[in-house]
Design a protein around this ligand. Structure first.
Ligand SMILES: [Zn+2]
Length: 198
C-alpha cells in the first residue's frame, strides 16, 4: 500500500549521490576523506544574482579529516569551479575560476560557535601560525554541500573584471589623442613587408 513512496526514495538517493550528509565527528575520528563533483546549478544560494551559468559547469570538492594543534576536529575542504560573472568594466560575461580551501573546526554546541573562550589560546596560536579555523556546528547529519556552497559564496570576487576586456572596450574619448593606437601601429607594420620585398 505505502509501497509507492519507495520509488521516491530511490530517486532522491541517485540524485544526491548519497554523500550530501555525513556524520561529521565520526568522519574526523576515522580520518576519512571524500570527494565529488556536483552540478553548479544545484547551488541555488550561490547563483542568486549571478548571470546565467554554463549548464555543464560542475563544482569539484574534496573533504579531508584532520586535527588542529590542540586536537580540534577539523574538516579541510577544497572547492573548485568556474563561475560566469559579469565584468564590472564592460558588463560582459566573465569566466572566473574559483579555487578555495577552508579548515572547518567542528564544535558540538551552538554556544561554542560564538564563545570566544572556547577557542582562546588555540585562536592566538592559529592566527600566528596562519591557521584560522572556521567554526561550524558538527552533527551526525552534517551537510557537506552546504559548507561547499558557503565557501564558494565567500570566494566570489567583489569586483570581477577582465584583464583585457574583449572588443576593445572602446570609447575613443578615453584614449589620449597624441598616442597612436596600437591597432594603427599594427596596421603600419602589416603594410611594410610589401615595400621591403621590392
Ligand atoms: Zn570586461
Amino acid at each position: 500500500m505505502a509501497e509507492f513512496s519507495g520509488k521516491h526514495v530511490v530517486k532522491n538517493v541517485s540524485e544526491a549521490g548519497a554523500v550530501r550528509h555525513i556524520d561529521a565527528f565520526e568522519f574526523v575520528r576515522l580520518g576519512r576523506s571524500l570527494e565529488g563533483s556536483t552540478p553548479l546549478a544545484r547551488f541555488v544560494r550561490l547563483l542568486e544574482g549571478l548571470p546565467e551559468q554554463d549548464p555543464a559547469a560542475v563544482v569539484r570538492w574534496s573533504a579531508r579529516a584532520d586535527r588542529g594543534p590542540l586536537g580540534e576536529p577539523l574538516i579541510r575542504l577544497d572547492v573548485e569551479t568556474v563561475l560566469t560573472l559579469q565584468c564590472q568594466r564592460c558588463l560582459g560575461p566573465l569566466a572566473t575560476p574559483i579555487e578555495s580551501e577552508v579548515a572547518l573546526q567542528l564544535v558540538e554546541t551552538e554556544a561554542e560557535l560564538d564563545d570566544p573562550d572556547v577557542f582562546d589560546e588555540s585562536d592566538m596560536d592559529a592566527i600566528e601560525a596562519g591557521r584560522d579555523f572556521e567554526k561550524v556546528l558538527g552533527s551526525r547529519r552534517f551537510d557537506l554541500l552546504e559548507q561547499v556552497e558557503d565557501e564558494l559564496i565567500l570566494s566570489v570576487p567583489y569586483v570581477p573584471r577582465h584583464d583585457v576586456c574583449p572588443s576593445g572596450g572602446g570609447k575613443s574619448g578615453d584614449a589620449p589623442d597624441d598616442k597612436p593606437s596600437p591597432f594603427a601601429v599594427l596596421a603600419g607594420l602589416k603594410t611594410r613587408p610589401d615595400d621591403v620585398g621590392k
